[in-house]
Write a protein that binds this ligand. Structure first.
Ligand code: NAD
Length: 476
């Protein structure tokens, strides 16, 4: 195995795709049609900064337009390249199909180190990049809707939305041209936390199935599980925070770009996040043990490993040393195709990226719908729901008084029951439902077919099946 060359990210996605389609009965040609990336646009543009013109290279790749708009994040990182955006665009196609978000797959990237530029400079660069994409309809409410990814967040999305608005002054749906915006600029409650929240819901669903827990050689519930997280950015931070604060998990190691922190007693996620915010990395953090070679900590013993930073971190070189019996791919493509094979042979269960991190696109879908409907979720029904609940509570209390039954409803119950669902509750409920349903569809295939032995293949089978039916419906 070690002599075989590590495939590129896109090759990895293609290999995993091919493994799955070999088990399907697709008409000749359709398999290739689904696999290939439809188009990748490369743009080079100059921005005058610090007294000179700087040229930047960016990409927007469209993998599949079986449904439109196509959807996928925009990444800011020095490693951005065509192979990477095409792999990520393909994953978006499969991810959207798996969670029934009605989009095709796309992805974008800008080769830039965001830490090298100040806010004003980043805004000018982002607006210029957005201008190039908008004028080619590669950002458009009904054709192509980006979202945040590595190195970008709601600030960049707000700049992009504003740039689109300036170039399309009469488009009433302009806010739907991008998701992941701040709530006060057309965003939706719960989007920032969505991907990490989705990772939590994915794990909660996994731990509802004793058969699946056993397949990973684990027992019990999430409570007390030892977790290693790589990358304390948007996805990793929220996943680690929710799992430790709400599910009783112990975060025993955090791996960041400048090293790792280890503490078997459990790390305070919030405190480390604040430390990184102030100092730029984990080194110097006063608690736990610091290890300079962060990547080596991925090999430490734990119950659940959550790679939430970037692709290719578990590869043919370290896969054999990974001790975690359960890996949940919060990042896109953290396990290469070669590593996937080694880990499967070891009996490690991998909850695949296209499902594990689909919380982001799911809530982006809700945001897009909110923008198109021009109304916040819950605005019409919340008070009505509360009034109906109040009616029932009053009736019960009256009944108790009239019949001298002597019972009362506990204040805690009343408070919770009387509260109508606001936008955040509805978003979380929609996300939880989506993650449960997608997991069910994967596990039915995983346990229901003799020739399917892992969740990733099951995920591909479900999603490719859905994409294929869309193409068939289009007459292809
Ligand atoms: P982010 O930029 O917010 O965070 C990435 C974190 O990883 C940062 O803290 C960074 O310092 C750290 N990091 C970088 N290189 C590292 C290394 N070599 N070792 C350890 N840590 C390292 O990015 P994000 O939005 O959290 O995205 C992370 C991953 O999740 C990416 O693969 C992305 O495609 C995927 N993803 C993100 C979203 C989303 O909504 N943001 C949705 C789906 C998937």
């Amino acid at each position: 195995m070690a002599s075989i060359k590590e495939p590129s990210f896109r090759d990895s996605v293609d290999l995993m795709f091919s493994r799955a389609v070999a088990l399907m009965d697709l008409p000749p040609g359709l398999e290739e049609k689904i696999r290939v990336c439809n188009a990748t646009y490369t743009v080079r543009f100059g921005v005058r900064l610090r007294g000179q013109i700087h040229t930047f290279t960016g990409y927007r790749s469209v993998h599949s337009e079986h449904m439109e708009p196509v959807k996928g994040g925009i990444r800011y990182a020095m490693g951005v390249n065509q192979d990477e955006v095409e792999a990520l665009a393909a994953l978006m196609t499969y991810k959207c199909a798996l969670v029934d978000a009605p989009f095709g797959g796309s992805k974008g990237g800008l080769r830039i180190d965001p830490r090298e530029w100040d806010t004003d400079e980043l805004e000018r660069i982002t607006r210029r990049f957005a201008y190039e994409l908008i004028k080619r309809d590669l950002i458009h409410p009904s054709q192509n809707v980006p979202a945040p990814d590595m190195g970008t967040g709601e600030r960049e999305m707000a700049w992009i939305a504003d740039q689109y608005k300036r170039m399309n002054t009469t488009d009433i749906n302009s806010r739907a041209c991008v998701t992941g915006k701040p709530v006060n600029a057309g965003g939706i409650q719960g989007r920032t936390e969505a991907t990490g929240r989705g990772v939590q819901y994915a794990l909660q669903e996994f731990f509802r199935h004793p058969e699946d827990i056993k397949a990973a050689n684990l027992g019990g519930s999430l409570d007390g599980k030892k977790v290693i997280v790589q990358g304390l950015g948007n996805v990793g931070y929220h996943a680690a925070k929710f799992l430790s604060e709400e599910d009783g998990c112990l975060i025993t190691a955090i791996v960041e770009h400048d090293g790792a922190l280890i503490d078997e007693k459990g790390i305070n996620v919030e405190a480390v996040r604040n430390w990184i915010g102030k100092h730029g990395g984990v080194s110097g953090y006063p608690h736990g043990k610091y290890v300079e070679n962060g990547a080596s900590v991925l090999e430490n013993a734990c119950d659940i490993l959550i790679p939430a930073a970037m692709e290719g971190v578990i590869h043919m070189g370290n896969a054999a040393n990974i001790q975690a019996p359960l890996i949940i791919e919060a990042a896109n493509g953290p396990v290469t195709a070669g590593a996937d094979e080694i880990l499967r042979e070891k009996g490690c269960v991998i909850i695949p990226d296209m499902f594990a991190n689909a919380g982001g696109v799911t809530v982006s879908y809700f945001e897009w719908v909110k923008n198109l409907s021009h109304i916040r979720f819950g605005r019409m029904g919340r008070r009505q729901e509360e009034a109906r609940h109040q009616l029932l509570v009053d009736e019960l209390e009256q009944l108790s008084a009239d019949k001298e039954l002597g019972w009362t409803l506990t204040p805690g119950f009343k408070k919770q029951y009387l509260r109508g669902a606001g936008e955040l509750e509805l978003v979380r409920s929609g996300l939880d439902d989506t993650m449960r349903a997608a997991y069910q569809s994967m596990r039915e295939t995983w346990h229901g077919r003799e020739d399917v032995t892992d969740l990733r293949t099951a995920a591909y089978l479900v999603s490719i099946g859905k994409v294929a039916s869309s193409y068939r419906a289009l007459g292809l």
